[in-house]
Design a protein around this ligand. Structure first.
Ligand code: GYE
Length: 340
């Protein structure tokens, strides 16, 4: 009896050891395979897939960082949770990837995990939103949009539009729909609006809705705004929505109530990103202004990696050029050319 328990224990021990060895082999296989093919291994921690912008961004990264380009990409979707990004980065460190690329959900909370990457000697490239860290040697370089400029583009356009409509002296009521709290894109698009409200005494933010950059949450938030504040929507002149998908959610909720947006008479709709379906609705006059935010960072990140590989030291921060669209500046060709 004793003997058979002993035997079973030994067998279990062997099975366990084999299992562990197999797990270890699997987790290393991507790196060893890449070594054989001489690929650069890149771990990319993506925020999630909350918006059309994000989907286009993931696609761009996957296309530019692929085997054909000499890269093996390990892609991790954090499903809008910072804890998942921590896990992904720690996994990348364990797998000893060559580079870590991080699209951080919010600016804060990165000091510890990035210090671990630094200690492991893995360069970190930040893309899209920024990180707010004590020691900026914790990341190598950042590439993304100038979100404050985007917000300023929107508020300067609004000021001109109100003047053109003869509304520059009137009380202007704004409904503000915010993206993910603490994300650089939210922080600066919001700041630009708040600064403009301070500068223009006749502008005021009537209410702030949180949509976390998703159509579903913005739709829900607009629905509750409408039912909790009966009649309030009639007093709204402008909706400042921090991304296109939230704009779609807001428009759907307003449409259900028969509220008209855009055009000469309807609520002025300002939206960020300028994805194809937003441009179409802008061309039709429903969205008044589309401020562009470029998601095609894949080739930019690939270039940064190439440059680091050849021993160069890229700039700490690189901003991309962006523009804005109205029904007047748009054309069918521009819309057709939009790939996302
Ligand atoms: O505007 C939004 C996305 O940070 C620029 O995040 C990005 C924003 C983009 O979900 O659609």
């Amino acid at each position: 009896m004793k003997k058979s328990i002993f035997k079973r224990c030994i067998l279990r021990g062997i099975a366990l050891a084999l299992g562990l060895a197999l797990m270890l082999l699997c987790s290393c296989s991507s790196v060893t395979e890449s070594e054989e093919k001489d690929l650069i291994v890149v771990g990319f921690s993506q925020v999630g897939s909350e918006s059309s912008w994000r989907v286009a961004n993931s696609e761009s990264m996957k296309q530019a960082l692929c085997e054909k380009e000499g890269v093996e990409l390990i892609f991790d979707d954090a499903k809008q949770k910072q804890e998942n990004q921590y896990k992904a980065i720690r996994n990348f460190i364990q797998q000893q990837v060559d580079y870590i690329v991080l699209a951080p959900i919010t600016e804060t909370g990165w000091d510890d995990v990035l210090a671990e990457a630094k200690e492991a000697g893995i360069p970190v490239i930040i893309v899209d939103r920024q990180v707010d860290v004590e020691d900026d040697s914790l990341y190598t370089t950042w590439v993304g949009s100038d979100f404050l400029q985007e917000g300023k583009t929107a508020t300067q356009w609004l000021k001109q539009e109100l003047t053109d409509r003869g509304m520059n002296e009137e009380q202007v009521n704004i409904l503000h729909v915010r993206g993910t709290d603490g994300a650089t894109s939210q922080i600066f698009r919001t700041k630009a609006l708040q600064d403009a409200v301070k500068e223009n005494n006749n502008w005021s933010i009537v209410s702030v809705l949180d949509g976390e950059y998703t159509e579903a949450l913005a739709y829900e938030a607009t629905k509750s705004f409408l039912s909790n504040n009966p009649g309030a929507i009639e007093g709204i002149d402008v909706i400042y929505s921090e991304n296109d998908n939230m704009t779609f959610g807001v428009l759907r909720a307003l449409e259900e109530e028969g509220i008209k947006c855009g055009g000469e008479e309807g609520i002025i709709i300002i939206s960020f990103d300028a994805v194809k379906s937003a441009l179409e609705r802008c061309y039709d006059g429903e969205i008044s202004l589309c401020v562009e935010c470029n998601p095609l960072h894949g080739p930019r990140v690939a270039n940064l990696i190439r440059s680091l590989e050849s021993g160069n030291k890229p700039r700490k921060k690189s901003y991309v050029n962006e523009t804005y669209f109205t029904a007047e500046t748009l054309s069918e060709e521009i819309i057709e050319e939009r790939t996302y």
